[in-house]
Design a protein around this ligand. Structure first.
Ligand SMILES: O=C([O-])CC(=O)C(=O)O
Ligand SMILES: [Mg+2]
Length: 639
């Protein structure tokens, strides 16, 4: 194995079949695309003398101890141009050329038994693999067979994580080809349990951990990450993981899971994705006392200490990756979520998935549900249980869409929308004590404490649960909705399944099969009185991969609310007549890559329209362009 070579590389072009160019910056090669081979003419003493390298990140080059020989690349299939300063190229580490045994252990390039005979010869794999050569499809078949043997969801999750760390392309092929079956494994609900037990199941780090200990050195820490051309970061501080509360550093499962969906559902190249967990401590006593806990053992830093760390992170990200890197805030607690969005929304390309992504997916479901119940948004009355990020985010987007459709002001539109929090209905007499994100929803009304009483008093046509508290849509509540409405719309959005406000079965049974139901985490179809009901999954996974792709392909520099409306409308348009005939208000996840391309195209179109796009000229057919930019996980040939 070559761990380090001295070289002065001659790129002799792509042998991967795709066209691309290599440019030389002195001794550093930079490759615009895909697999490139480099001939090393001056090899170190511990090598086998071949010097070929494989890398869709471009050229893998080892340092000779000098300052600027390093790895460049990682453009993914999306980014074809980038400007990197020469001093950016200096890294403290060397990357080895992957061949032979190390190639089999390199998740980005390993193909396992799918290496052909010629590849085995060319890359010193002879004898390291059994003689049989299999196709990627057969590998998928075998792994699905094995996964189905596990009875415990967490075992499936761990098997999937092992695969991601041993053969990345196979992981994505499996996920894309079996998305409906595997989404609940790598994502909600199983990822919730994985985060709760992350310390004990931790094997290899899959993202960047930035703790208070790294304060003052975050830029340095970012440079330790092996990929340079990061396009999307999902970051959490672990304080509100799904509806499970403060899981501290163990929240890392969420950015990892979300980014695997960026690739599988949205086609963003895996090497362009960076999961980050900011560790400022945890207030979860159980974790602080857990010997397997992997994070800082201290209570959460707040105030200035917290703000400074986050600011250093946001500044370092922009400095290291440029202003077009997308930062998705995920599962922060309410106070920080709103503050971060407000603070960085006008200086960085950021959005909060729990506030804005969830809002967009729910709005799409409501637009589609109107097909069944009739009327426009303005003809309906909305009641939320939960007035945090998701509740107020959805409420605001509904108000904006209503205002857009009917030309009433957003303030007037808000009067159709009511929220209940842990203290009861949000009314104007509570205004003094409300945080700023709740105050727009404080309407004039008498105080009401119980949800069921709020339903009877407000008479909503739509009931939405964003409370993070399971079992709160009781029989009384659902029956009250069913008494008021021929087709009550009931969304139980809290995740994972244990936190869902009610189950699909409860919603259909208590409403005598009349509810139009969707949930954040998946539920199986329900049989009732000989009929089958298929619940919708109103999860932001429908939105963020396509939204992110749209931002990247247009080179957007800011996220605008109109882009979220565009994403919602694009998703609602993807519900076909056949879907409606089956009672669906969301399209099946199995078509998600096509759906993401449409969402991406509409988001990108909006970015161009708003003057926020920098990738000019605007491609004529944005759907085709989005599709052509999507990563596909088929193996490359390494001959
Ligand atoms: O992760 C999910 O399934 C949806 C989400 O953002 C949350 O519940 O926080
Ligand atoms: Mg979330």
């Amino acid at each position: 194995m070559i761990s380090s070579i001295n070289w002065n590389g001659i790129c002799y072009g792509n042998e991967c079949g795709s066209r691309g160019t290599c440019r030389s910056f002195g001794r550093t090669w930079r490759c615009a695309r895909a697999v490139v081979r480099v001939k090393a003419s001056s090899l170190g003493s511990d090598d086998k003398g071949h010097g070929s390298s494989i890398g869709e990140e471009g050229v893998l080059v080892a340092t000779n101890g000098g300052p600027a020989s390093t790895v460049v690349g990682g453009f993914g299939d999306v980014l074809e141009e980038d400007r990197i300063a020469e001093d950016d190229l200096v890294r403290p580490w060397a990357v080895s050329v992957a061949s032979g045994y190390s190639l089999l252990r390199d998740p980005h390039h390993n193909k396992g038994l799918a290496f052909s005979g010629k590849e085995r010869d060319a890359h010193y794999l002879r004898g390291l693999l059994p003689p049989t050569v299999v196709s990627q499809d057969l590998q998928v078949k075998k792994i699905m067979h094995n996964l189905r043997q596990y009875q415990v969801p967490l075992q499936r999750y761990m098997a999937m994580m092992d695969l991601q760390e041993s053969n990345e392309r196979l992981f994505y092929k499996l996920l894309i080809d079996n998305v409906e079956e595997l989404l609940p494994v790598v994502y909600t609900p199983t990822v919730g349990e994985a985060c709760q037990k992350y310390g004990s199941i931790f094997r290899r780090p899959q993202g960047l951990f930035i703790s208070l200990k790294e304060k003052g050195r975050i830029l340095e820490v970012l440079k330790n990450w092996p990929q340079r051309n990061i396009q999307v970061i999902v970051v959490t501080d672990g304080e509100r993981i799904l509806g499970l509360g403060d899981l501290g550093c163990q929240g890392m499962g969420i950015p990892v899971g979300k980014l695997s969906l960026y690739t599988a559902l949205g086609g963003v190249h895996p090497s362009a994705c960076l999961p980050v967990t900011i560790d400022v401590g945890t207030n979860n006593e159980e974790l602080l006392n857990d010997e397997f806990y992997i994070g800082l053992r201290q209570r959460r830093a707040t105030g200035q200490e917290y703000d400074e760390l986050l600011h250093e992170f946001m500044t370092a990200v922009k400095q290291n990756y440029g202003e077009k890197v997308l930062i998705q805030f995920e599962d922060f607690a309410n106070h920080n979520a709103f503050q971060l969005l407000e603070k960085y929304g006008s200086t960085h390309l950021v959005f909060n998935d729990d506030i804005q992504g969830t809002a967009s997916v729910v709005l799409a479901g409501l637009i589609a549900a109107l097909k069944f119940v009739g009327g426009t948004l303005a003809d309906h009355r909305f009641l939320f249980l939960g007035a945090g990020e998701a509740g107020t985010g959805i409420a605001e987007l509904i108000a904006r869409e209503m205002s857009k459709q009917t030309k009433v002001s957003v303030e007037e539109a808000r009067e159709h929308i009511w929220l209940v929090d842990s203290k009861g209905l949000i009314v104007s007499s509570r205004k003094e004590s409300l945080p700023h994100f709740k105050s727009p929803w404080a309407h004039d009304f008498k105080p009401v404490t119980e949800l069921v009483d709020a339903v009877k008093a407000i008479k909503p046509t739509v009931l939405i649960g964003t409370s993070g508290v399971g079992k709160t849509f009781t029989k009384d509540v659902v029956e009250a909705m069913a008494a008021l409405n021929e087709k009550p719309i009931i969304f139980s959005l809290s995740n994972p399944t244990s936190q869902s406000e009610c189950t699909a079965e409860e919603a259909y049974t208590w409403s005598e099969g009349r509810a139009i139901f969707a949930s954040g985490s998946p539920f199986d179809p329900v049989k009732l009185n000989g009929m089958s009901f298929i619940p919708g999954q109103a999860n932001n996974a429908y939105i963020f991969p396509g939204l992110g792709l749209g931002l990247l392909i247009s080179g957007a520099i800011r996220v605008h609310d109109d882009m979220l409306l565009a994403a919602a409308e694009a998703l609602a348009e993807e519900v076909t007549q056949r879907n409606f005939d089956k009672g669906l208000i969301y399209p099946p996840f199995k078509n998600i890559r096509k759906i993401s391309a449409h969402i991406a195209a509409d988001v990108a179109a909006k970015a161009y329209e708003l003057g926020l796009a920098t990738r000019l000229p605007q491609p004529r057919d944005l759907v085709k362009h989005a599709e052509s930019c999507m990563y596909s996980p088929g193996y490359r040939s390494y001959r």
